[in-house]
Design a binder for this molecule. Sequence first.
Ligand SMILES: *Cc1c(COP(=O)(O)O)cnc(C)c1O
Length: 357
Amino acid sequence: MRPISATIDFAALRHNYGVARRHAAGAKALAVVKANAYGHGIARVARALVDADGYAVVELEAAVRLRETGYQQRIVLLEGFFEPPELSVMREYRLAAVVHSFEQIEMMRSLAPGPGIDVMVKLNSGMNRLGFQPGDFAAALEQVKASPAVGTITLITHFANADDERGVQWQLERFERAAAGERLPRSLANSAAILRYPQTHADVVRPGIMLYGCSPFAESTGADLGLKPVMTLASEIIAVRDLAPGEAVGYGGAYTAESGQRIGVVACGYADGYPRHAPTGTPVLVGDRVTRTVGRVSMDMLTVDLSGAPEARVGTNVVLWGAGNPVEHVAAAAGTVGYELMCAVAPRVRMVEQVNG
Ligand SMILES: *Cc1c(COP(=O)(O)O)cnc(C)c1O
């Protein structure tokens, strides 16, 4: 069997959810499991977090599947619904939805009488993706309150800069102004705001990336924040080669050995989800030593520098990211974020559940 696998650590997931809960004590925490739980497998993550207060996704099919599996908690669609037929599905499966546009309110008018659908009415407080403008918020809320299709109402907004220097205060002020006088429950915080801004915790928080042990901040790793990595993408060295001075490796000969150099070929490539644009120098753990990739990442393989790992041979374990090689470091080297790397793990990578320990 090809040696690549992604191990998912259930205890780490529970630990990280607990960290979110402790930071936002008193608030409910919706586990954000969109995008197949950031690449970790939604069914698997829901099983690990069976006691979560609720789940948030963007895919209706994923929400239905969670409900069919038997989870009774709140399940929220973070982008809401797109077409009227989805509303009857939402009602049947008791799914809650973000309502961010007058078009959606209009769609709700066409729904036949029946039990109300729980909604989260979204304010655009400055991110300028989804949500009602501050000047429209009161009118939107009046229409939602008057709609017979609506069950409970929560107010929601999303931060654009909770992870950087600009922070949340400017958006928080807009939200508080728009929501002034409303006694409805509120949901504002993503992982970065949960970790950094207690004034945003309100009634419901929405931890995503932190559940998976990855830091939302560029300047730290999950471990710095008390989080544990959940996914370890690992493979093995499947060939070892001694390059003579001047010899190049891989497509385009993008890396040339200046002096004699031992390199290892690892069974992991971009078809496994490893970023092709990761340059020479991207950190990789070989055995128990951190070394670096060399040359271009190809579809099924990549190559690593073994000069600092003399004991490495065919069969030596390689951690592409995860325990011992933080995904944040790999992402930084590749010019991206841990979110994108984890979401991109390909279906051909075997997932292994580590349930104890
Ligand atoms: C994805 C998402 C989150 C979670 O964000 P993280 O940065 O992963 O914690 C929270 N709220 C909304 C609306 C989202 O789309």
